[in-house]
Design a protein around this ligand. Structure first.
Ligand SMILES: C[S@@+](CC[C@H](N)C(=O)[O-])C[C@H]1O[C@@H](n2cnc3c(N)ncnc32)[C@H](O)[C@@H]1O
Length: 239
């Protein structure tokens, strides 16, 4: 006999609308702009799930949609999310329970407090964007600033630069300021909004102290960045 809960949980993954119903309206309303679509989560999970037991970190996990969906598609892999807003971690835990997911885990905190040594591969959905003036904010519980945006990017860049060769990274809606230059692009989807990277050093000599886009022009042009920001739908076009 099929377990009722399991059966309902499976139907949740048939469409984003069905999945998003796992959240209360106050969280669901952010889905289009802030939570990863199921089709993207599946692609990302396929790329990052290198082997059984791999540990994947979602940097800025929100209400947990990416981790929960990826965990559903890849039950043999563990997905972790770090999220600065406690209320969103609580929502993620509640959704995890409703969905009966066992291989997704949520941590409350700033990503800067996270020990990256514990994880094999990483997912990043432009989490720092809300610090930019035109970035759409989830709420007003935090202090935002452009300086913080650059500081976070630089900090993440350093953490990613310190990972071993073979580390995989997926960026979604990112302008790539956080991607160290020894991460090679191995796949690009959705007109460049979704990018798959792998760290392979030794191809060129990288001085991580000085090669950050803070000091050098970003590897993608300003024009391209503007285009991407508009394409994200996150930009307030009235500005
Ligand atoms: C665009 S949402 C992505 C949510 C999730 N990754 C998903 O795809 O469903 C970005 C999230 O990152 C969180 N965030 C932003 N800066 C953060 C930081 N410094 N540390 C931890 N979380 C952060 C935000 O609170 C927000 O919930």
């Amino acid at each position: 006999m099929i377990d009722d809960n399991k059966c309902c949980a499976v139907t949740r993954f048939r469409s984003d609308r069905q999945f998003n119903d796992v959240f209360p309206p106050s969280i669901r309303k952010f889905a289009d702009r802030h939570w990863t679509p199921l089709s993207v989560a599946r692609k990302v999970a396929d790329y990052l799930s290198v082997k059984k037991g791999s540990k994947i970190l979602d940097i800025g996990s929100g209400a947990g949609k990416f981790c929960l969906a990826a965990a559903h598609y890849k039950p043999e892999v563990q997905f972790f999310g770090v999220e600065q807003r406690k209320s969103l971690v609580d929502e993620a835990e509640a959704a995890k329970k409703t969905l009966g997911i066992r291989n997704a885990f949520f941590l409350h905190g700033n990503f800067m407090q996270t020990n990256f040594d514990l994880y094999d591969h990483f997912y990043f959905f432009n989490s720092f964007y809300e610090n930019l003036v035109w970035g759409e904010k989830i709420d007003n519980t935090l202090e935002y600033s452009e300086n913080l945006y650059h500081y976070y990017n630089r900090y993440l860049y350093k953490l990613l630069a310190s990972r071993p060769d073979g580390t995989r990274l997926v960026t979604y809606h990112s302008v790539e300021d956080e991607v160290p230059t020894d991460y090679q692009l191995v796949g690009s989807h959705l007109d460049g909004l979704l990018k798959f990277w792998i760290k392979i050093s030794g191809l060129n000599d990288v001085d991580h102290e000085n090669d950050h886009p803070y000091y050098k022009p970003s590897r993608i042009s300003l024009e391209q960045q503007e285009k991407m920001i508009v394409a994200t739908g996150l930009a307030d076009r009235s500005l």
